[in-house]
Design a protein around this ligand. Sequence first.
Ligand code: TXA
Ligand code: MG
Length: 341
Amino acid sequence: EHALTQSGLSSVQLDQIITAAQILSAGGTVAFPTETVYGLGADVTNPTAIDKIYSIKQRPTHHPLIVHIGNISHMHYWTRDIPEAAWTLANHFWPGPLTLILPRSYHIPDCVTGGQDTVGIRLPAHPVALALLSALGPEKALAAPSANRFGRISPTLATHVHQELGKNVDMILEGGACEVGLESTIVSFHDNTIQILRPGSITLSELETALNKPVILAHNINQAIRTSGSLPAHYAPTTPLRLYRGTQIWQHALALAAQNLRVLVITWSNTAKPQLSDQLIEQFSMPVDPVAYGKQLYAKLRQFDQAAFDYMLIESPPDHPSWLAIADRLQRASYHLPNNH
Ligand code: TXA
Ligand code: MG
């Protein structure tokens, strides 16, 4: 109650949050905003509710969910054998876009983790998410993947959730545009090695600085960024998307336009559309700053996916650690089955 009235939310928002908490307690699903992307939430302790998440998302059931908590002191209720480094990161970055992979406690049902003995846990930094967790009460947490159909672009606005999941969700809480716009950084502690499993806005060097210890990038991420052919499709628009260096992108655009295809070229540098280029080619300039770029990326991909382009060509982001999360998402978004051109 106290935490709710201190949250700075309007009484209308608080009423909606209390309704949402009742829906969740009764085994329903609620989409809610976080600082990264919108999540599709259900009561962690209710396997029937968890099943609804998998069926609404059309997500394979072995794919584990992230557990969202409202207070750092709840960490040891849901997890066990917490290494010192995990406490350090939680204290340093929570509430915030960081997910910790830890051994799960017996309070977490199998269906949340796809049977794995670890669980991903995070304390989100969004007033609506925090108020919702507070309204649910102690010994409750929200299992929540991103609120999109499996393999698609994560939602960064409530309207995206309406478009993706519509009436299949019991309630969608409004919370404006997500501040970060990319999913949380995921860190694991297996075998005393601190690894990034998914890059996000919290960078490797920020983690190392907080820990005063080395952090490594999981091998499959390195591969994911370097060898696009072996990637699982994820975060994908339906319009084919290709990544090219700024120097090559116009050549490829012209070649596609010559086949009478409509092409959108998305750049970040000042590489300019050649004078002679075709009317079938349009250019859109993204911000040069990775933070601003990351915040806009998914909303722009969604918007462009609804325009009638045959191809989206994206200028490869700079080869710099601050762009790693964006490079990772674009690489996955650009994966298409070989017969799809
Ligand atoms: O920013 C985020 O993390 C958002 C918001 C809603 O919190 N959530 C999100 O969830 O991106 P989802 O389900 O779309 O992605 C969760 C990722 C999956 O790729 C999964 O493989 C990984 O987290 N994950 C979850 N639990 C894990 C575990 N026990 N071990 C390894 N990876 C895990
Ligand atoms: Mg997701």
